[in-house]
Write a protein that binds this ligand. Structure first.
Ligand SMILES: C[S@@+](CC[C@H](N)C(=O)[O-])C[C@H]1O[C@@H](n2cnc3c(N)ncnc32)[C@H](O)[C@@H]1O
Length: 320
């Protein structure tokens, strides 16, 4: 545990240099890789040797390194790629953790203490890091989107809006799986621009709207989805976002809140660790189902269902 950050940074370096993309063509020596990546051969050798000890690479008898099944998702084009997730977590978000104790001692976020701005302002001004963040969100969504699409009953909805829907991964999945649905993607203007550039959402069935969900949420959808977004925000902001969703919903409309939730104490839980990362970076939190119910109630919504799944919890709510 004490040395966990070393592993994160070793993996981050490998992801940054694109080592796994080169090894996708077959085993290679550290010298060969170093020449192609324009890095120092001996330090690269020691990096790969350490990660081979963790099963990420395999060192062959002739000294060359090969990609293992564990390391394969480091490739950019792997179907289960985690490269952008590592670039995001090991980059500016990792550096923010250097100020983690300030968040505990003084409040505020470690990210703002360290970088001087909030995480979303930071990305707004940095297109390259923002592209990595959005790609990481899609990687992290990969297992969640099909589960949401197949678990919830979308038959009763006609128009679904994903609020804070990123570059539209979940929405394109829902529109592909449920032919009767039309869609609205709502996110920050720059993120919506990235979604438009991807050209993935069907233009005849989907509109893309940029804005700030703390100010207003567009009307027109009878089903609103908010996934992995409320955990970015403190309670007051969450209530504001939910009130805006409530105001946008017609009578009989429904809200889907998809989030990991805090479960039983004393159990190993990714949700507990993600909660710390939310404290460190955007200043939000991972919540219990009961805490979600209370915030929904404050916003004029009633929690009507909770379906825990392997990837994410799906909570349904209706106007109270
Ligand atoms: C953690 S990401 C989740 C994205 C997506 N829902 C997913 O599950 O992958 C949070 C999203 O909220 C968006 N966001 C942040 N601040 C926003 C704001 N003030 N108004 C609208 N969207 C915002 C971000 O651009 C980002 O796409």
């Amino acid at each position: 545990m004490s040395a966990g950050a070393w592993i994160n940074q070793a993996l981050h370096a490998v992801a940054r240099f694109g080592v796994a993309d080169l090894l996708g063509h077959g085993p290679a020596s550290a010298d060969d890789l170093a020449a192609r990546l324009d890095v120092q051969p001996r330090p690269l050798y020691r990096l790969l040797r350490a990660l081979a000890g963790l099963g990420v690479f395999h060192q062959e008898p002739d000294g060359r390194f090969a990609l293992t099944p564990l390391g394969a998702p480091l490739r950019t084009d792997a179907p289960n790629s985690v490269r952008h997730t590592l670039l995001m977590l090991g980059g500016e978000q990792y550096r923010a953790w250097a100020s983690f104790q300030d968040a505990i001692r003084l409040g505020g976020t470690a990210f703002a203490h360290h970088h001087g701005v909030g995480v979303f302002e930071y990305y707004r001004d940095r297109p390259e890091e923002s592209a990595i963040f959005n790609a990481a969100m899609r990687e992290l969504s990969r297992d969640e989107d099909p589960i949401i699409s197949h678990t919830h009953d979308f038959a009763r909805a006609t128009r679904v809006m994903d609020v804070g829907g990123g570059t539209g991964g979940l929405l394109s999945r829902l529109l592909a799986d449920h032919a009767h649905l039309s869609g609205v993607l709502f996110d920050q203007p720059a993120t919506v621009g990235l979604a438009r550039d991807r050209g993935e959402l069907p233009v005849d069935r989907c509109v893309l709207v940029g804005g700030d969900f703390r100010d207003t949420v567009p009307r027109g959808a009878d089903l609103i989805v908010v996934k992995n977004t409320l955990h970015n925000w403190a309670d007051d902001d969450v209530v504001a976002i939910l009130r805006n969703c409530r105001a946008a919903l017609p009578a009989g409309g429904e809200l889907l809140v998809c989030e990991r939730t805090i479960g039983e104490p004393n159990q190993p839980s990714f949700a507990h660790l993600l909660d710390l990362h939310m404290m460190a970076t955007p200043g939000g939190q991972v919540r219990t189902v009961g805490e979600h119910a209370a915030l929904l109630r404050e916003a004029g919504l009633l929690l009507t269902g909770h379906v825990p799944t392997a990837a994410i919890d799906i909570m349904t709510a209706s106007p109270a």
